[in-house]
Design a protein around this ligand. Sequence first.
Ligand code: CP
Length: 304
Amino acid sequence: MNTNSLVSISDIGRDEILKLLETARQFEENPNRRLLEGKVVATLFFEPSTRTRLSFETAVNRLGGRVIGFSDANTTSSSKGETLKDTIKMVSNYVDLIIMRHYLEGAARYASEVTDVPIINAGDGANQHPSQTMLDLYSIYKTQGTLENLTITLVGDLKYGRTVHSLIMAMRYFNPEFRFVACKELGMPIEYKIFCEENGIKYTEHTDFSPEVINSSDIIYMTRVQRERFADIMEYEKVKDLYNLNNSMLGGAKENMKILHPLPRVNEIAQDVDDNPHAYYFEQARNGLYARQALICRALGIEV
Ligand code: CP
């Protein structure tokens, strides 16, 4: 495995996270720098995406590199039965970096083991989404002025939500207090609760998205119930609309509180929240460009 790969957020420690946030800040000041001249980057998306793929590709373009790849695996030789191993080995012949999203948990780890080209995991099933976590951390840092000692409320699909899994792991360095708000079917998996206990992370679990929870949060991180992860559509129908945030629920929120969401949203944040000063999800998605520029440079060993 190339040591510059980013498969799990646990591949990078506290110091490196802070360095990447500083690099993201520099890219926000000036996103157009020709640091990737002569480099070719592949974006291989075996699952749909809007933000992750387009922000990674914009990041490469703004840094002067070139992009090849696909956003629909049905148009590739995977549809003829080519294995993931063979696809990765082939693409490795052409590029300097592979950015991959795949529906199978562990696919990014596997890919990183069959090539010497660095891999950035752009989401693997319900497992991890480390580049999302870097932009989430950057968004939290920008809005709160710190990552330390924050009360963070995670709401919705905590079972399949890879973004919340990665965020918990990254926040272990910063003494957070988490609230997990979910129905019992979509509660935080036991392995992440054990992770919290082993790392001294405080958490409480709630089925009620109550005013007390909302009014004492620094960050409310909403998530979509992911229909594509359910084997039984009736199970999805039962839980899809249990947690919805609207403007009338925000009157008592702390002044610094910001609402994050990895997006796309379906019904979990009402449109009337979009113009509320607590809403930050569209800015959060913009921060993805700068965080991903920092990650691409890290993967290619380019000093910024
Ligand atoms: N947040 C996120 O991963 O969005 P996309 O699925 O649109 O890439």
